[in-house]
Design a protein. Structure first.
Lengths: 143, 468, 409
């Protein structure tokens, strides 16, 4: 009896192990699709805190910030995230005299910085957590 | 920074290559090497499984038991009934020395296991104490014993077979060894410079000498390039090298038939040169030289100079079976069989039937032609010439009263020692029942004197005792 | 759409399934000797692994693959060890559980405490101390002195030195600019590494010599600004390898057994040939758990566990294990590339290279692709030191997978 079970299970084991490997590779593939390693001296950027694969839409690990950046669901934004909880034009990050400011563009579900809802404009500091829809970013400023 | 990432990726690539090479090597090992490793006699796993199975017996064509297994404590051990008589056919099967010959090549049949481990496992579940199959050989025990006795004290090989079915009746190679006392004898066997482990009948390569003239003669007949009268002075000079007859005296004016009867070297050397290497090698290859011979045991390939650019002397030497021609005794027996069997060479067979433990024949050999060596007319013509060789020529010692015997003698010059003595032939000439090749290695005498009488006795014994 | 079905649940559940079936099979295998504690141990292992993966995915913001991969490897290892030797399997369960605890402990400690990159001297001194202790108190085992036992607990200091060495190399290159200013500062590290290799050679631990050399060489290749030194190092190592071959018979003999193990089948080639028998017997799908004879290989649960896996679970599983290591190493490199803190970038690299090289050397050894040197497969082989130190290294790697500079600023 044991022999028969063992004979059958050896195939089962191989199948499981390869399915495991495959699922890991698939996760990693989804993970790296779209990430470029960020050069260390690239100044200011948003870093994704959520794990990508828990989100059912495409999102990058890093978003470098320029002087004026829009984030939203619409394709005309610099940062496009197809999260249904994010508005068409959700927020804007502007640079003014070496300081970065986040402005919520009257989004339906709002923007939170370190847990506080942004009512109008807020100044960003290195290490701030920015929540939009289901996504959470870390604001990194190296300058 | 960019440089750092580049270098990191180089190192990553290096490690990945290492891992991939592991996978490749492992796969390569499994596909190409594992079988050989697995069957090494040092692998204890083999024996754990095998010793629980009653290994099948090996019997001769009349059912005489040649080898069997018996229970020895918890496991089975092999018993060889006739000592060294079958050392080159059955071989041996020992845990510490491995297996050879039929014990090796028919291992799965004898154990009734299959190549696939998975199937064996399943079978073991259903039937834990299984029993192997019996091998019934084409060998005739009496003839085998008789043949070996004829060779007593000599070195050499005999192959006696049925020309129309390919069944081997007797296959002797001397010196041999005793599988029953292998453990005690192993040291001597390995060190013996006469290599008793070598099966000369299928793995020994010899120059065929004048026996090969039958092939040259067939080539000449097929291509209509034989000489009606040739003035034999006892020596032919080819490219400045003299080619002498055995006794050096001339045979006078000879035609093809007479040249074969007296084994006239100059005649065949001239004929060979006229034919050229292309025609000669074409005929030789139809007689299985340069070809793999399918058999139950692995056979060395006989060699004949390839077509193309070789010197006249080499062609002349090849056409009288000297120089670069090398054959196995089995091949010579097949040449004789081909001529006996109207030009068709049958596949040589050693295992007649496989019999399951409940006595059913689960596999039996089928006669199979492996080469159409020549046409029936040429074969017939050659046969008559070979009968004349025995009746009037060099093969007189093979004569049997009331039976027409066809044959050809040969004495092969051996560069490293005494001459080899050859005889090939078959009988009865009109309805051949047995074909034979005999070689006495380094006998230092002629084939007509030494090999022919042995062949005669064996053929006579076979005709008297074997009935199909 | 593609993303919907993809999350950590799938591999986690596959792992769970694998362990459950394998454990069930093992209970069947030992059905006559089964007692309550065995079942409890087995089930709790499954539980611990499942829960730790679950917790990890909740609390950790960094990488989540490495722990999954490692627990899969450990599961394959434990099943094989348990099948070969009942008691060793028992102990191994404890080692794995302890390892997981240590993993979390390391993770929290390393993350909480700052300034790891400043401790160059301490790493160095601690390693030298351990080396000396090994030489003085060490026991000779299989020809190599690499075990010491204190108060009844024996362990292999080399396993800890590996991690210390990585930390040391990382702190050296992080503070490279400072070292450069000193007179011989550029040569500090290479001098220390040669000392380490010399110590290992004294212990006759050739496998570790190989690991240290390749680890150091790889990191030096990436980080050393003095390219001539890298080249010189390669030349020196090759030359000393050659010298070792000529001078020391125990090096030469390894090489010769590698070339033709069959010639030494009765003596030093015995293990490797038994290993080859096991692998070839297994074929692609293996004989099935409990149906082969991996016990014919001496020391099978340690260095030769891979051959046992190949025999009973097939070389397809063997290739699976190799692939798991490859993914693990790949993830480690990915972590390193994404890490902005230089110290942890180098540490992540070092640990990944360590896992990669160590597993390669022993895989290659048991299949006779390269000369055999006795070292363990991280996470798979039986043995406490190796298991614990590997989990500590993994904990550090886990820290390195997180964004660290932010909290530092």
């Amino acid at each position: 009896m044991f022999n028969i079970l063992s004979l059958v299970f050896k195939y089962v084991f191989i199948v499981i192990i390869y399915m495991f490997i495959f699922s890991i590779i698939k996760l990693i593939y989804l993970d790296i699709k779209g990430i470029r390693p960020i050069p260390a001296d690239s100044g200011t950027y948003l870093k994704l805190i959520n794990r990508k694969d828990t989100l059912p839409f495409k999102v990058k690990e890093y978003y470098p910030l320029e002087d004026n950046v829009f984030l939203g669901r619409g394709n005309d934004n610099e940062i496009v995230i197809k999260d249904p909880y994010i508005s068409k034009k959700h927020l804007r990050i502007v640079k003014d005299e070496d300081e970065y400011f986040l402005e919520d563009l009257k989004s339906a579900n709002g923007t939170y910085v370190n847990g506080d809802r942004v009512m109008d404009v807020v100044k960003l500091n290195n290490g701030d957590r920015i929540s939009v829809g289901q996504v959470e970013f870390l604001f990194v400023n190296k300058e | 920074m960019e440089k750092e990432i580049k270098r990191i990726i180089t190192v990553l690539a290096g490690i990945c290559i290492l891992f991939v090479s592991l996978v490749v090597y492992l796969t390569y090992f499994q596909i190409f090497k594992a079988d050989k490793v697995k069957n090494s006699s040092y692998n204890k796993r083999l024996w754990i499984n095998e010793e629980k199975i009653l290994r099948g017996s090996i019997i001769d064509r009349n059912g005489k038991i040649l080898a069997y297994s018996e229970l020895n404590g918890e496991t089975y051990a092999r018993v060889y009934n006739y000592g060294s008589l079958y050392s080159h056919i059955i071989g041996y099967s020992y845990r510490d020395y491995g297996k050879s010959n039929l014990e090796l090549y028919y291992n799965n049949v004898l154990l009734n296991t299959s190549e696939s481990a998975a199937l064996n496992e399943l079978k073991n579940l259903v039937e834990p104490n299984s029993e192997g199959n019996t091998l019934k050989l084409t060998i005739d025990h009496h003839l085998q014993e008789y043949s070996r006795n004829q060779m007593k004290g000599k070195k050499g090989a005999i192959v006696a077979m049925n020309p129309s079915t390919g069944e081997i009746y007797a296959m002797v190679s001397l010196p041999d060894f005793n599988p029953s006392t292998l453990r005690e004898d192993w040291g001597n066997i390995v060190e013996d410079e006469n290599s008793p482990l070598l099966n000369r009948a299928i793995s020994g390569l010899y120059q065929p000498g004048s026996t090969f003239k039958v092939v040259t003669a067939i080539s000449a007949l097929e291509n209509n390039m034989y000489m009606e009268d040739y003035e034999c002075t006892g020596t032919a000079v080819v490219d400045g090298y003299p080619l002498k007859d055995y006794d050096g005296k001339g045979h006078g004016t000879v035609n093809l038939n007479e040249a074969l009867i007296y084994s006239c070297n100059p005649y065949f050397a001239e004929t060979g040169i006229k034919l050229g290497i292309d025609r000669l090698s074409e005929t030789a290859e139809k007689f299985l030289l340069n070809r793999e011979i399918p058999f139950d045991l692995p056979v060395k390939k006989s060699l004949f100079p390839k077509k193309g650019n070789i010197g006249k002397t080499d062609v002349a030497a090849a056409s009288i079976g000297q120089g670069k021609v090398l054959v196995t005794p089995l091949n010579m027996a097949l040449i004789a069989s081909g001529i006996a069997n109207k030009g068709d060479i049958m596949k040589p067979v050693l295992v007649k039937e496989v019999i399951s433990k409940d006595g059913k024949v689960i596999d039996s050999f089928k006669a199979e032609m492996i080469s159409r060596a020549t046409d029936i007319f040429t074969a017939n013509e050659l046969k008559n010439m070979m009968v004349d060789v025995v009746n009037k020529g060099t093969g007189k010692n093979a004569r049997i009263s009331n039976i027409r015997v066809a044959g050809k003698t040969g004495t092969a010059e051996n560069p490293s020692g005494n001459d080899h003595a050859w005889f090939i032939g078959f009988a009865p000439a009109d309805d051949p029942k047995i074909a034979i090749a005999v070689i006495l290695e380094e006998e230092g005498s002629t084939g007509g004197q030494k090999a022919a009488p042995i062949a005669r006795n064996i053929m006579l014994e076979a005709l008297n005792t074997i009935n199909n | 759409m593609l993303n919907r079905g993809v999350n950590y649940k799938i591999p986690r559940n596959l792992l769970f399934l694998f362990e459950s079936i394998a454990l069930f099979l093992m209970f069947m295998y030992y059905r006559n000797a089964l007692d309550r504690s065995t079942i409890i141990y087995g089930l709790s292992l499954i539980f611990i692994i499942y829960i730790s993966n679950l917790i990890l995915s909740k609390i950790v913001s960094g990488d989540n693959y490495i722990f999954l991969i490692v627990t899969m490897l450990a599961s394959i290892g434990i099943i094989m060890i348990y099948r070969i030797n009942y008691e060793q399997g028992f102990k191994q369960i404890i080692w794995i559980s302890l390892g997981i605890v240590l993993f979390f402990a390391t993770y929290f400690i390393v993350k909480r405490i700052k300034g790891w990159e400043k401790l160059f001297l301490y790493y160095c001194l601690a390693s030298v101390f351990l080396f000396l202790a090994t030489l003085l108190l060490g026991r000779r085992f299989k020809g190599a002195i690499n075990w010491i036992s204190i108060g009844g607990i024996s362990f292999q200091p080399t396993e800890i030195i590996k991690i210390l060495a990585i930390l040391m190399i990382a702190s050296y290159y992080t503070n490279y600019d400072r070292f450069k200013e000193k007179k011989w500062g550029r040569y500090y590290l290479i001098g220390i590494m040669y000392l380490f290799v010399f110590f290992l050679f004294l212990q006759r631990d050739l496998g570790s010599v190989l690991i240290f050399c390749s680890l150091f060489l790889a990191l030096q290749y990436i980080y050393d600004e003095n390219r001539k030194l890298v080249l010189a190092n390669i030349v020196v190592l090759m030359f000393s390898g050659l010298l070792g071959y000529v001078i020391f018979p125990h090096v030469r003999i390894r090489f010769e057994t590698w070339i033709n193990p069959w010639e030494y089948i009765d003596t030093i080639g015995y293990q490797i040939t038994q290993s080859l028998f096991a692998i070839s017997e297994g074929g692609f799908f293996g004989t099935g758990l409990g149906l082969g004879h991996p016990d014919f290989i001496p020391e099978v649960s340690k260095d030769f566990i891979f051959s046992a896996i190949c025999e009973e679970m097939g070389i397809l599983t063997g290739i699976g294990v190799i692939m798991l290591f490859m993914i693990l190493v790949y993830r480690g490199f990915k972590i390193s590339i994404n890490q902005r803190n230089k110290f942890f970038r180098i540490v992540a690299l070092g640990i990944s290279i360590l896992f990669g090289i160590q597993s390669f050397i022993i895989f290659g050894g048991v299949i006779n692709m390269i000369p055999l040197t006795g070292i363990t497969i991280p996470f798979v082989s039986y043995g406490g030191s190796s298991m614990l130190s590997s989990f500590i290294a993994l904990g550090i790697l886990q820290v390195a997978s997180e964004e660290l500079d932010i909290e530092e600023d």
